[in-house]
Design a protein around this ligand. Structure first.
Ligand code: HEM
Length: 212
């Protein structure tokens, strides 16, 4: 599934900016996850959930430690764990720690961003993924004859969080600092997920890359 193309330009909303900046990364991740697991069979679906769990654990942990409450999306890993258990599959090991200051395209971090801007970018990626999850969920429901567990893909709380965040990032144009910090962090989340989908390789953590 390829996302609708749009271009982010100066003065556009933060959402447009983030979408434009990460479009290629998202498409790469979409393809990598379909190649690594897909969701065509029950065991594909279990593998897909395992990748999602492994990737999300450290990202949720980073948000829990650094993000203000309104930028902490509802936890998805407990829902994924519940789905995996219903499928009779154990939890995979978590991926290495997540650092929103690191992306392969810009190591080491050129600047130091405000942690709130980073949190916004991280929250956007996790919450925005609810859109893809809804689309995947429709497929999984059909392929699994409606009996495969879908606590994660069908999470209404995440979709509600997404609607709130969307309103926030579609409002005023972002400040350059906010856009830069959120974009860097969003790129880092995509890189982190891509590392997991590609076989456990995630960018090395770079310490002390954000400050409050
Ligand atoms: C596994 C395969 C995936 C598929 C098939 C997929 C598909 C989609 C689709 C259909 C949309 C929305 C439609 C559109 O923008 O035109 C979307 C948006 C998005 N997805 Fe994915 N996605 C996948 C994985 C992911 C993952 C793993 C993440 C997060 C790590 C993610 C993050 C996002 C974000 C941030 C948006 C945009 C939100 C916005 O519009 O502001 N996606 N995806």
């Amino acid at each position: 599934m390829t996302r609708i193309k749009d271009k982010g330009v100066a003065g556009e909303s933060l959402r447009h900016h983030l979408r434009a900046a990460t479009m290629a990364a998202h498409d790469l991740l979409d393809h990598a996850m379909q190649a690594a697991s897909g969701w065509q069979t029950r065991s594909d679906y279990a593998r897909f959930l395992g990748l999602q769990h492994a990737a999300r654990v450290p990202v949720e942990a980073w948000l829990a430690e650094h993000a203000p409450a309104d930028l902490r999306p509802p936890l998805q890993t407990p829902l994924i764990a519940r789905d995996l258990s219903a499928l009779g599959t154990g939890l995979p090991p978590a991926s290495p720690p997540f650092d929103p200051g690191y992306t392969p395209s810009s190591p080491p971090l050129a600047g130091v961003f405000h942690v709130k801007h980073s949190a916004l970018g991280v929250a956007w990626v996790l919450a925005g993924s609810a859109l893809g999850n809804a689309a995947i969920g429709r497929q999984v429901k059909r392929i699994g004859d409606g009996v495969w567990p879908m606590a994660f893909l069908g999470d209404a709380a995440m979709m509600a969080f997404w609607q709130g965040l969307r309103a926030r990032i579609e409002g005023e144009p972002a400040s350059p600092a906010e856009a830069a910090g959120a974009t860097q962090a969003a790129e880092a989340v995509f890189a982190h997920f891509l590392g997991v989908a590609d076989g456990g390789q995630v960018p090395e953590r770079q310490a002390e890359s954000t400050q409050s």
